[in-house]
Write a protein that binds this ligand. Structure first.
Ligand code: SF4
Length: 216
């Protein structure tokens, strides 16, 4: 891992910019990835495991990846840098029982970390997972308009391809419609056949599981 990326991780893990989130920041740490994945935010258990998509949504995500991309979770984590729109658990939404959608200030605060990663890693492909991530990366809030297509995005002075997936949360029913499942399968094909994904070397993630004090 190069020193700039290591310094980025230190800054990210130390960040406490948002007063209404919980626990410590959670991120993948693949410092020479050609592919990134950007989800919405960690859930309540990810800080305990110190890695993104470590619990129920991750089980579904990595089942999709094994089935459609042909690689297992450990290999994917070693090849793909996994981030999210915000890196701390936003808390529960008491109205619907799900996780709270990050607010605009939190998205802007944490967008600085994402921008720094884009500048450092210069990924050729970004896999965007879920509605909020797609809205931030490709500017489209409707999954049926963003899934199943290759998008070209310029952000933080870098241009890259984006493929959108629905969120793997068990609460999401988006995939129940056959036309949506077909769009999802097309997104998976676009990832599988993308030169950056097919050429990504297998390597150690360099993930540091060092313990860090919880915010609360
Ligand atoms: S959500 Fe992002 S910007 Fe906010 S405290 Fe966590 S790491 Fe920092």
């Amino acid at each position: 891992m190069n020193r700039d990326f290591a310094a980025h991780l230190e800054a990210l893990y130390a960040c406490r910019a948002c007063p209404n989130v919980f626990g410590e920041p959670v991120t993948g740490a693949c410092g020479d990835a050609r592919v990134m994945l950007v989800g919405q935010a960690p859930g309540p258990r990810e800080a305990d495991y110190k890695r993104p998509f470590a619990y129920t949504a991750g089980k579904r995500l990595f089942a999709w990846i094994a089935e459609h991309l042909g690689i297992e979770e450990a290999d994917f984590r070693a090849r793909v840098h996994i981030g999210s729109v915000i890196r701390c658990f936003p808390g529960r939404d008491l109205k619907n029982g799900g996780d709270r959608v990050p607010d605009a200030t939190e998205i802007a605060n944490c967008g600085a970390h994402l921008d720094r990663e884009l500048r450092l890693l210069r990924p050729e492909l970004v896999i965007s997972v879920g509605t909020l991530s797609a809205k931030q990366l490709v500017g489209i809030a409707e999954l049926k308009q963003s899934v199943g297509r290759m998008h070209r995005v310029t952000r933080a002075g870098h241009s890259f391809d984006v493929v959108v997936l629905p969120h793997p949360s068990g609460r999401s029913t988006w995939m129940n419609k056959p036309e949506h499942a077909a769009l999802f399968a097309e997104s998976m094909r676009l990832i599988r056949e993308h030169p950056a994904f097919s050429a990504a070397p297998e390597k150690s993630s360099g993930y540091s599981a060092k313990s860090r004090a919880r915010r609360r």
